[in-house]
Write a protein that binds this ligand. Structure first.
Ligand SMILES: [Zn+2]
Length: 240
């Protein structure tokens, strides 16, 4: 029992940011802590790249969609016992998943998002020119692949025939680092209906700016909002 304060000081010296959590950890555990326990410090998530677009007021949204808002309802600095906020946003703000219900009244809603399609190996493909069916073939995209297109924010690079080819291949997921997978025109509408109509959910407004083309592990978890046509999601990649 007498050794505990000494261990606590040592850990605080070596790992100052762990001081608070380790203090409580030590109080509840009597065995000796070994430095190897903390070999992953400072962050056990260093391999993971957050590809989620931050949600904040001023976030670019689709023209006409409501802006993202966060409003304080209760504030400690104003004498309240806690901080509490109200959040208002469209279902397609920031990184989000398009559910089939986005284009079809009877389409699958957000709560039925296929988690198997959202977690697993994924390929980031950088494109700078319009991509049609021949380019999809050239990329040798396979059945069940999760493909994330890095476009630099462009919504006009994926052509309708590319969407048809991705459906024929039977990919598991299509993502893009633009507000939408298609511009607000007939082609964009066709791409949405083609993919979502085939049960291929679409991940939009990714931030792939820090990601090189290649193979990764993807974890994407959308919020479970009942009946929604789209939902905010957190998405991360880890190089394979
Ligand atoms: Zn969307």
């Amino acid at each position: 029992m007498m050794q505990r304060p000494e261990r606590k000081r040592w850990i605080a010296f070596r790992y100052p940011r762990l001081n608070v959590c380790l203090s409580s950890f030590i109080i509840h555990h009597s065995f000796t802590l070994h430095p190897s326990l903390f070999s992953c410090y400072p962050s056990p998530m260093t391999d993971w790249i957050d590809i989620s677009t931050p949600l904040h007021p001023g976030l670019p949204v689709w023209p006409g969609d409501p802006p993202f808002k966060i409003r304080s309802l209760s504030s400690i600095s104003n004498g309240a016992a806690f901080n509490l906020s109200e959040i208002a946003m469209s279902s397609h703000a920031g990184t989000h998943l398009d559910a089939p219900r986005h284009c079809f009244d009877n389409g699958a809603p957000a709560e039925s998002a296929p988690l198997d399609s959202l977690i697993g190996p994924a390929r980031v493909i950088e494109i700078a020119e319009p991509v049609g069916a021949p380019e999809i073939d050239w990329l040798r995209i396979g059945q069940g692949e999760r493909v994330l297109f890095k476009t630099g924010g462009r919504m006009d690079l994926l052509l309708p025939e590319a969407a048809e080819r991705l459906v024929t291949i039977g990919v598991a997921l299509v993502g893009i680092d633009a507000l939408s997978i298609g511009a607000g025109d007939e082609a964009g509408d066709f791409i949405h209906r083609t993919l979502l109509g085939a049960g291929i959910w679409i991940l939009e407004t990714l931030d792939l700016s820090q990601v090189s083309p290649g193979d990764y592990d993807l974890i994407c978890l959308p919020l479970k909002i009942i009946g929604a046509d789209g939902v905010p999601a957190r998405a991360v990649l880890r190089p394979r």
